[in-house]
Design a protein. Structure first.
Length: 155
């Protein structure tokens, strides 16, 4: 597996990867339709260098992560998705380490994560601290676990 910057022509491919990954958890068609906007990978995020792609030995995208622009003292992990065929192979961990390292390199003190409930155990295993339940950014009335990774200490 190699991590590299997303290319301008990959937005649709990465959006499809995000959709496959989310659907892996058994969400129904109505739920997936309501999430579609939040699963889209914006061209602007790619252009800013905020999207990293994990590719397999055949250069096929198998995971992706997207950071938000900084706000206050934080950057949000806007997206982290792994193709269902690659779940459990360390792709998510590598992408999260990139997100933490990149946030630190940008001089920001915290990485925050609004997580899908199915990913909560992963983020906790990786050292993120559960803060509270918070409103979904995609579905009104849904609450999601909100995590914080404090980057003020040593790496």
């Amino acid at each position: 597996m190699i991590l590299r910057a997303a290319r301008a022509d990959e937005a649709a491919t990465l959006t499809a990867l995000c959709t496959r990954s989310k659907a892996h958890w058994g969400y129904d068609a109505d739920f997936m339709a309501r999430c579609a906007g939040s699963l889209a990978v914006p061209d602007g995020a790619i252009a800013r260098g905020d999207v990293r792609v994990a590719v397999d030995k055949d250069a096929r995208p198998i995971g992706m992560a997207q950071l938000s622009p900084p706000f206050d003292d934080a950057i949000e992990l806007d997206k982290l998705f792994v193709d269902p065929s690659a779940i459990g192979q360390g792709v998510g961990a590598a992408l999260l380490r990139w997100a933490i390292d990149e946030t630190r390199a940008r001089g920001v003190k915290r990485l925050v994560i609004l997580a899908d409930p199915n990913a909560a155990a992963f983020y906790e295993k990786m050292g993120a601290r559960f803060v509270r339940m918070a409103p979904s950014d995609a579905i009104p009335g849904r609450e999601l676990p909100f995590y914080d990774v404090d980057l003020r200490g040593p790496p």
